[in-house]
Design a protein around this ligand. Structure first.
Ligand SMILES: [Zn+2]
Ligand SMILES: [Zn+2]
Length: 179
């Protein structure tokens, strides 16, 4: 979905409000694909802020299908996207004389005067993506030995992890016993 912003970028004090649907159905993050279960329309306000400059304000809600990092149970997470991005019109010469500064600013979602809505949303989703996803704060995860979901009860596996300091004491104890 492209929105032409040439009018907003070139007309002083122009404000453009619009609402648009996106056809995104999934996102790929870190090699994993996540389904978008629900999404609101994207509300945009484009505001001219000077010669060849504008600000994109946007808002949208999306619900993603995720998995708990510990027990792998599937769950839904709603994300409220709210963002404000400054943009500028493309260089008249096609950007060939771009300074290092201009190359640094992230406007990868703009193609000339056209806003690529999906690229912009993807950017925002990446920024807001949770580092850790848990079904509940105290999720116990799954047993490393039998794979049982430990939230549903313990499995009876021997999960005793020997403490190396204890092992030393045990050795001394055993050595004494042999005397
Ligand atoms: Zn969990
Ligand atoms: Zn187990």
């Amino acid at each position: 979905m492209f929105i032409n912003l040439s009018d907003v970028l070139t007309s002083e004090d122009r404000v453009l409000t619009m609402q648009t649907e996106t056809d995104m159905t999934e996102v790929s993050i870190g090699g994993q694909t996540f389904q978008i279960l629900k999404k609101s329309p994207v509300r945009f306000v484009f505001t001219n802020t000077g010669k060849n400059k504008a600000v994109i304000d946007g808002q949208a809600e999306m619900t993603f299908a995720m998995n708990c990092d510990r027990c792998l149970q599937s769950l839904e997470r709603e994300m409220n996207l709210q963002f404000s991005r400054e943009i500028h019109a493309p260089e008249p010469d096609g950007g060939l004389s771009k300074t290092a500064d201009a190359a640094d600013d992230d406007q990868s979602f703009m193609e000339g005067y056209q806003l690529n809505v999906e690229d912009l949303l993807y950017n925002e989703i990446m920024i807001n993506w949770p580092r850790k996803v848990l079904c509940k704060p105290d999720c116990k995860g799954i047993c490393m030995q039998c794979g049982k979901d430990l939230n549903t009860g313990s499995c009876g596996c021997d999960t005793f992890v020997p403490d190396p300091r204890m092992a030393v004491i045990k050795d001394i104890f055993n050595a004494n016993k042999e005397v």
